[in-house]
Design a binder for this molecule. Structure first.
Ligand SMILES: Cc1cc2nc3c(=O)[nH]c(=O)nc-3n(C[C@H](O)[C@H](O)[C@H](O)COP(=O)(O)OP(=O)(O)OC[C@H]3O[C@@H](n4cnc5c(N)ncnc54)[C@H](O)[C@@H]3O)c2cc1C
Ligand code: FES
Length: 328
């Protein structure tokens, strides 16, 4: 089996074990969050040995070229000598400029970055809590339309970082962020392509950014946004989205309720099922899924079966995992 060399020590990996599990299991503090190769919190660099390509999925080319990899999905077939990234790698500080409750337990966090952040609406950043926890949050703002970076953070019962955002974070406070990352954003160059956007809960955050970005860039093909929740209060920003739909004839906003009864103005059913029922033929469409991991998995499968090409399906699963603290 491959071995990992870290800080002058050799760590044997058990069959099937990732570099992250191998190191943290033997007491090495490696930060992590999703443990699914999405959030990039567990970024490491190999100084000897080539990391598997699969462990570099989603990384910027500049990071791949320097042998960075994601430890949680790295199953090396050869020995690697590894280091943690420089603390400053891809990180910067930002000042909290606004905290607004949007409804449905969602807090909009407005951040003013201390250096320009080159992002696309719909990508995500990693937010560091003072004590060292790191979590990913999608970007709902649009450069040119919004002065600050906007995140939509849903409060989870017992959630450490979302609890901190809702309970302790204050305007004027400085936070550390990392990124942006992710490929869930509006690609320029196909203004007539039909767009279907499907999200649950705070999965609206990236979709809200993508829709407004597409409209701002003059997208002229149909844009259909389906937002799902169990109860009407979970469909935050509904008034803003209805107003946006009134102003743009080619944009439709369809709020969906998964409970047994849906009042007038709402579709009834699970959001991906409603969206796929309304739009059964998806060849040529570009589709975005964001939010609950199960919805995203099922939705992607159904979209593919409905004719969407894999390259046209973008998705961010909001994986909420048992996370380890750096140093824990
Ligand atoms: C790419 C990406 C984008 C995302 N974008 C967003 C976004 O825009 N908005 C958003 O709100 N979220 C988003 N998320 C999810 C976000 O990153 C966090 O996972 C989420 O906020 C929960 O973090 P937390 O620290 O509050 O909860 P955690 O402390 O991680 O806890 C998560 C859940 O597990 C439970 N739990 C914690 N510890 C234990 C334990 N020991 N045993 C049993 N249960 C436990 C908690 O009660 C809680 O319900 C995104 C995730 C990803 C991967
Ligand atoms: S990518 Fe490895 S912990 Fe998220």
């Amino acid at each position: 089996m491959a071995a990992i060399h870290y800080a002058d020590q050799r760590f044997e990996l058990e069959p099937g074990q990732s570099v992250l599990d191998g190191l943290t299991g033997q007491g090495v503090p490696v930060p992590s969050s999703c443990r699914a190769g999405v959030c990039q919190t567990c970024l490491m660099r190999s100084t000897e040995g080539t990391p598997p390509t699969a462990a570099q999925h989603g990384l910027k080319d500049s990071l791949k070229a320097r042998n960075y990899f994601l430890a949680c999905v790295c199953h090396p077939t050869q020995d690697l000598r590894v280091v943690l990234p420089d603390a400053e790698e891809d990180r910067q500080t930002a000042t909290v400029r606004g905290l607004d409750l949007l409804g449905g337990g969602i807090m909009r966090v407005a951040l003013e970055c201390h250096a320009p952040l080159d992002y696309r609406p719909g990508q995500f950043i990693n937010l560091f809590q003072g004590t060292g926890q790191v979590r990913s949050y999608s970007i709902a703002s649009v450069p040119g339309l919004d002065d600050h970076i906007h995140l939509h953070v849903r409060r989870l019962a017992g959630g450490r970082v979302s609890g901190w955002v809702h309970g302790e974070l204050r305007p004027g406070q400085t936070v550390t962020i990392q990124g942006p990352a992710g490929d869930c954003y509006y690609p320029s160059g196909t203004p007539g392509q039909p767009l279907l956007l499907i999200g649950t809960g705070s999965g609206l955050a990236p979709l809200y950014g993508i829709v407004r970005d597409a409209l701002a860039q003059g997208h002229c093909g149909p844009i259909r946004l389906y937002h799902g929740s169990r109860a009407p209060e979970g469909l935050y920003l509904a008034e803003e989205l209805r107003a946006l739909a009134q102003r743009h004839a080619h944009f439709d906003y369809i709020p969906c309720l998964s409970g047994p009864d849906a009042p007038e103005g709402y579709a009834q059913g699970r959001v991906h099922e409603v969206a796929l029922r309304d739009n059964p033929k998806l060849d040529g469409w570009r589709i975005f899924f964001c939010g609950h991991p199960e919805m995203v998995k099922l939705g992607k499968k159904k979209a593919f079966l409905a004719g969407a090409a894999l390259r046209n399906i973008h998705a961010d699963e909001f994986t909420v995992g048992p996370a380890t603290e750096p140093g824990a």
